[in-house]
Write a protein that binds this ligand. Structure first.
Ligand SMILES: [Zn+2]
Length: 484
């Protein structure tokens, strides 16, 4: 990898310039974040020995596998049926890794993204996913999307308005906790607006989130260099809405435009094969496969929303050349966390046949999809936090004192306390009572009492916790100086 120092300097200047004007809500995003880049990552792939590099023409395909359009499914709020019903249902249908009209691709199942909020994940309420199930979805090609921490905020009543601090807590802690629970340590790059509440928009932009979706957002058609990626449209397929039209193909394009992106969304699919909902999904997915999938034109790429957006950013801002006997791909570091499909014209297919997993036609055109260029993805925000303790609820002393970033308490069952407080004691014996943010008595929640990012971490030497049989588990999060 090559670090381009002048690009780094340009990025520093860009930060200075853009730092002066804070973006407001509704501001179009891409120009601010992406006109100037930081480091450029360079990847070199040696060509097969017999290929003459002289006459080759290379380009990056606008979508993976040189497909014409992209389809995604988003399941909101983390119901367990995402894994038990929706994932296997989608996986019955497929497209291939070959460009349209070319043979030799691998079968790829339809996949989606689970938009989760950590308030309700891993609570032992069997209706919601736990982290093992989240990882199982990821191992099956699904993505985890960020749906805030508590899922708060709405705009249909003034009572639903959130403070700037609360919005920051929602985004900071969902990013930090999902990253901590994910083996790669990366945070999700796609956000789903809870309750369609758009006040999140400027906050997620500041946290560097790449894309966001809601019902009644903008349709993405063609190159989206100028489109608003922080407000992408999606089809609303909850049964209460969908049953009104009862049309299996609601919101699907019969003649997709080049590079169009279509997102379906629901809070869960009905697992009963006899239900109208299940049957309608079968009709929808089999129509997609027949028209645009492995048994049809094979022009559709099905991938989680974040994967599509990451691909398109990498493709839009990358440069591919032949240098010496190498295929050279250059991508801004922040967009290098994607695979890319590269089209090579002029190489004799006889020599390309054994190269990587290339797919080619009879006319000296080769398509090759790189591996994900770099595994280093979207890091959680600063201040970086880490889980210092997870276990039974116990009053505790810390020697040396710790830098408290947040406390999480898992509640399962009705709260017996009228009010919930945590007492913290600093090294000078000053006691502070921290009230719990959300006094929900629902079954199965992970309460969060955040300190950072709105305040500095607090140095404490003791902690005293609420007593009550409904409080099952404790997590203590500390702030660290060293981002990794
Ligand atoms: Zn939701």
């Amino acid at each position: 990898m090559v670090i381009n120092k002048s690009a780094k300097l340009a990025a520093a200047i860009a930060v200075m310039l853009f730092g002066m004007s804070e973006p407001g809500d509704g501001l179009r995003v891409p120009s601010r974040s992406f006109r100037v880049f930081g480091d450029i990552d360079t990847f070199k792939f040696p060509l097969p020995p017999n290929v003459n590099p002289g006459g080759l023409k290379v380009s990056v395909c606008p979508l993976m596998y040189d497909k014409k359009w992209a389809y995604s499914v988003e399941i909101d709020d983390g119901p367990t049926t995402t894994l038990t019903v929706t994932q296997p249902l989608l996986a019955k249908y497929s497209f291939t890794t070959a460009p349209p009209g070319i043979k030799g691709g691998l079968r790829m199942p339809f996949v989606g993204g689970a938009a989760i909020y950590p308030f309700r994940i891993g609570t032992e309420n069997a209706s919601f996913l736990n982290w093992d199930q989240v990882h199982e979805l990821q191992s099956k090609g699904w993505s985890i999307l960020n749906h805030s921490y508590w899922h708060s905020g709405y705009s249909w009543d003034p009572k639903g308005a959130l403070s700037a601090d609360r919005l920051r807590d929602e985004v900071f802690w969902s990013l930090s906790i999902i990253a901590a629970e994910t083996p790669s340590g990366n945070a999700p790059t796609h956000f789903v607006f809870p309750n369609g509440y758009m006040e999140y928009k400027s906050v997620i932009n500041k946290f560097g989130i790449l894309s966001a979706s809601r019902v009644a957002g903008n349709k993405l058609v063609g190159s989206f260099k100028d489109a608003d990626r922080l407000d992408i449209d999606r089809n609303y397929l909850d049964e209460s809405v969908w049953s009104n039209s009862a049309n299996p193909l609601d919101g699907l394009p019969t003649n997709p435009k080049p590079e169009q992106m279509v997102i379906d969304f629901t809070h869960g699919t009905d697992g009963d094969p006899k239900s109208a909902n299940y049957k309608r999904w079968i009709e929808r997915l089999s129509w997609l496969e027949r028209q645009f999938g492995s048994t049809g034109s094979d022009t559709m790429w099905c991938a989680p929303t974040d994967t599509v957006i990451k691909y398109r950013l990498a493709a839009a801002y990358s440069k591919v050349t032949i240098t010496g006997h190498n295929l050279v791909v250059q991508v801004p570091h922040e967009f290098a966390n994607s695979a890319l499909t590269i089209k090579i014209v002029g190489a004799n297919s006889k020599y390309m046949a054994s190269w990587q997993r290339a797919i080619f036609d009879k006319h000296e055109t080769t398509w090759w999809t790189t591996p994900v260029l770099t595994q280093r993805g979207f890091r959680p925000p600063v201040p970086r936090v880490k889980r210092f303790y997870k276990g039974i609820i116990n009053d505790m002393d810390f020697n040396p004192p710790i830098d408290l970033a947040a406390i999480r308490i898992r509640q399962f069952g009705m709260a017996t306390n009228a009010e919930m407080f945590v007492e913290i004691v600093d090294p000078k014996n000053v006691v502070t009572k921290l009230k719990i943010y959300n006094e929900s008595t629902n079954w199965g929640v992970w309460h969060l009492i955040p300190i950072v990012p709105n305040k500095e971490a607090i140095k404490i030497k003791s902690i005293h916790l609420p007593k009550g049989t409904s409080f099952k588990e404790l997590e203590i999060w500390t702030a660290t100086d060293v981002p990794s």
